[in-house]
Design a protein around this ligand. Structure first.
Ligand code: NZQ
Ligand code: ZN
Length: 382
């Protein structure tokens, strides 16, 4: 096992009705920016519950955070916070709203917030954030990451800082009853691929971390068909919600190598073609595993055995079978796995994505740093 530092200070309030406890963790004198997206929070009860939890505190609303949150919109929110002298952010929504909250929280103190994304400027401090999560997918509710898009420049860039860990996050599965099927599917697939990026590298004798990873994958696999059949299945929602948070809160990454290349390539597909984050991952992940199989074979075979029930002795065949089963899992939950399914030409995409990754200086990728522009093209041409 490799050495690591683990720190996760986000307090989780999990379960039905838990928003009522949120007020205890927000300073009585906080002046709060209430941040949300396109309005779904008005229909699922999250906005009403969160506002009630604020009680008499001063609060100002800012709606309209886009899926794949836009830099320009975040800048408007920073301006509003300064004008209204606000000092706390309550994010109500999915990963996009929470990611926007993180960028606003850090950008508030920076002369040029864009430098956080483009130049990796160090974040010295950030405003405190509380979250009411309405879509389980990204793990943003208790992690250090944020992904912000700047559409005019065809850019989707991430940053990470411990300063933007939410102070407290409410995880109430009931708010997810209103999710469109597409978003429920996206959430399952995104969470699944988060685990793959931390688990499918090479063995470092980490049976505990591998066991955590496999338990999350197996739970998602078990609960996905239930929630797709019965979107109001509260137990299945709760199990998926917890799996999704644990998939990317730092825990399963402790002491093991990581490979975020599926995400890096996927982010470019979203930036260029506008497909959903999880849709991009379902296309890239199986292709990347095929191309990188020589490096990842032992772990792919392990996943085959412990998650997909593959018993084939020959390692090459077992790995192939496992990748086919992963693809089938994606197809079965209802997500597409080919660029052509979205009317995207793979030759054009391979070129555009690799060029963009070169432009933003994001290469090489992979746990062995072996994925260069040529290999990115090879993956997308599969
Ligand atoms: O905008 P509203 O009206 O809220 O509607 C949203 C949005 O249209 C809707 N929605 C959310 N909760 C709902 C609901 N509709 C009905 N009922 C509910 N309960 O769902 C749509 C998508 O929401 P969004 O927040 O964009 O989805 P998601 O949580 O998948 O977040 C995606 C963003 O997170 C980034 C992605 O790149 C993308 O920008 N990621 C962030 C990560 C992180 N911070 O750690 C890691 C991820 O890998 C990912 O990159
Ligand atoms: Zn993701």
């Amino acid at each position: 096992m490799e050495s690591f530092v683990y720190y996760n200070p986000t307090r989780i309030l999990f379960g039905r009705g838990m928003t009522s406890k949120l007020g205890a963790y927000i300073p009585a004198k906080a002046r709060v920016l209430v941040l949300y997206g396109g309005g779904s929070v008005m229909k699922n009860g999250a906005y009403t519950a969160a506002k009630a939890a604020l009680g008499k505190r001063k609060s100002v609303d800012f709606g309209g955070i886009e899926p794949n949150p836009e830099y320009e919109t975040c800048m408007k929110a920073i301006e509003l916070m300064k004008k209204q002298k606000l000092d706390f952010i309550l994010a109500i929504g999915g990963g996009s709203v929470i990611d926007a909250a993180k960028f606003i929280a850090a950008g508030f103190f920076m002369k040029s917030p864009w430098n956080i994304l483009e130049k990796g400027a160090k974040i010295q401090k950030a405003l405190p954030i509380a979250c009411v999560l309405t879509l389980s997918a990204t793990g943003s509710e208790s992690n250090i990451n944020s992904v912000i898009s700047r559409r005019k420049r065809t850019m989707k860039l991430a940053f990470a800082s411990e300063k933007v860990y939410p102070v407290v996050s409410v995880l109430d599965p009931a708010f997810q009853a209103t999710l469109p099927l597409r978003q429920t599917i996206n959430g399952i697939v995104d969470s699944f691929v988060h685990v793959l990026e931390q688990y499918l590298t090479y063995p470092v004798n980490s049976p505990l971390q591998d066991g955590f990873a496999e338990a999350i994958l197996n739970t998602l696999k078990l609960e996905a068909p239930k929630i797709l059949k019965r979107p109001n299945d509260a137990d299945a929602r709760a199990n998926i919600m917890l799996s999704s948070t644990l998939a990317l809160n730092g825990l399963i990454a402790c002491g093991v190598p990581q490979d975020w290349s599926t995400h890096a390539i996927g982010h470019e597909l979203t930036a260029i073609y506008g497909i959903d984050h999880a849709q991009s991952l379902a296309i890239v992940a199986p292709k990347l595993l095929e191309v990188e199989c020589a490096y990842k074979r032992n772990k792919i075979v392990q996943m085959g055995k412990n998650v997909f029930g593959v018993c084939t002795k020959d390692k090459r065949l077992a790995a192939k079978e496992t990748i086919a089963k992963l693809k089938k899992f994606f197809v079965d939950v209802g997500i597409k796995v080919e660029l052509s399914d979205y009317g995207i030409d793979k030759k054009q995409a391979a070129k555009a994505v690799s060029e963009n990754l070169v432009r933003i200086k994001h290469l090489p990728l992979g746990e062995h740093r072996d994925i260069d522009a040529k290999k990115v093209e090879k993956i997308l041409l599969k």
